[in-house]
Design a binder for this molecule. Structure first.
Ligand code: NAD
Length: 326
């Protein structure tokens, strides 16, 4: 039977498609964007999840669905688009899945359902209160609820709350969507300007002399940020471990790297690789400082991540050097 992967043109969905094809599966992708992939066992539907016809075409004859596609944005102006893609899109997809007789549904949720930046306790486990702060996190929580609702009608569901995830090659790319503003000063300034975060912009501008630099973000009391950054390869192995185990049906798990990344140590290593200076900035507020437990999934399935941050940085260094040569 065909396996449907939504978000097939994306970071994690694209890698999952490749891995499933390598395992000999027939795969269908479903994404707003064409993936450009050509493979005898692969086909794709290009369209929006909330488009009833596209969702019916995508789910026809499918037994298993990995619903990884979503819109990610933290801009206030994007709220309607977030709800259309992640809430209405998931509702329409679930309805189509029911009509098509799909049996298995694996949903990509997010750590933002907790929320990670103001945790009630650490490490965050699956019992932590669900109180999203971002509109994106809220759309993921509603997606979870719709998935649990579909499970009550007999669909075999697994919810995976994804850690922040990157391709290793994105980490030292100043133009990448997440890592650019996270680790490079000028992209961070542009991002905070777009958010209208005036105090952060002022703090960042104060250390900007106009030359390329890395940025070490700390909170208002000087505590460096700390969070999980998981390699897309580990997300794919975790997705497959969850899929392959009947024990995960009806369950919810955190999926991400075992250890969080300490930004002070990370930026020191990034400076060695790039030769760029590190500008340290104390940003307003409590900042980012959390740890999330992946123990439940490891114990249920035997899965373990294989690409800790230090290993990701080795690939990031190769990509940095290759970009400099080209
Ligand atoms: N990358 C992370 O840090 C992270 C963290 C937590 C959760 N997640 C979740 O993991 C999943 C995969 O993330 P990713 O990093 O691969 O993201 P990505 O942005 O690389 O891929 C998402 C894909 O979804 C597609 N898409 C968006 N809206 C759509 C719509 N309305 N209809 C059809 N396709 C649509 C996009 O075109 C894109 O190709 C998403 O559900 C995301 O919310 C990601």
């Amino acid at each position: 039977m065909t396996i449907l992967v939504t978000g097939s043109a994306g970071r994690i969905g694209g890698r999952l498609v490749e891995t499933l094809l390598a395992r000999g599966a027939r795969v269908r992708g479903f994404d707003l964007r064409p993936s450009g992939r050509a493979h005898a066992a692969y086909e794709e539907v290009v369209g929006a999840f909330a488009d009833v016809e596209a969702a019916a075409t995508a789910t026809a004859g499918v037994a298993t669905i990995f619903h990884l596609g979503a819109f990610m944005s933290w801009l206030a102006a994007d709220q309607a688009k977030l709800f259309a893609a992640n809430v209405e899109g998931t509702r329409v997809l679930l309805e189509a899945a029911g009509r098509a007789g799909a049996r298995r549904f694996i949903f990509a949720s997010s750590g933002e359902v907790y929320p990670e930046n103001v945790p009630a306790y650490l490490p965050i486990d699956e019992s932590h209160p669900l109180q999203p702060r971002s509109a994106y996190g809220l759309t993921k929580l509603i997606g979870e609820e719709m998935t649990r609702w579909a499970a009550r009608s007999g669909l075999a569901t697994t919810i995976l709350r994804f850690s922040h995830t990157q391709e290793a090659t994105e980490l030292l790319d100043p133009d990448s969507f997440f890592s650019g503003p996270r680790f490079f000063l000028q992209p961070r300034i542009r991002q905070q300007e777009a958010f209208g975060a005036h105090a952060a912009v002022a703090a960042l501008r104060a250390v900007d002399d106009g030359t390329p630099a890395l940025v070490l973000a700390r909170n208002a009391r000087g505590r460096p940020f700390r969070m999980h950054i998981t390699d897309a390869r580990d997300m794919v192995s975790g997705l497959l471990a969850a899929h392959d185990s009947a024990a995960t049906i009806g369950e919810t798990y955190n999926l991400g790297a075992t250890e969080p990344v300490d930004f002070e140590a990370a930026l020191a290593r990034m400076a060695e690789i790039t030769g760029l200076p590190v500008r340290t900035v104390d940003l307003p507020g409590d900042g980012v400082w959390y740890e999330t437990s992946n123990r439940k999934l490891r114990e249920a399935t035997g899965w373990a991540p294989a690409w800790p941050f230090a290993r990701m940085l080795e690939d990031a260094a190769d990509a940095w050097r290759a970009r400099r040569r080209s």
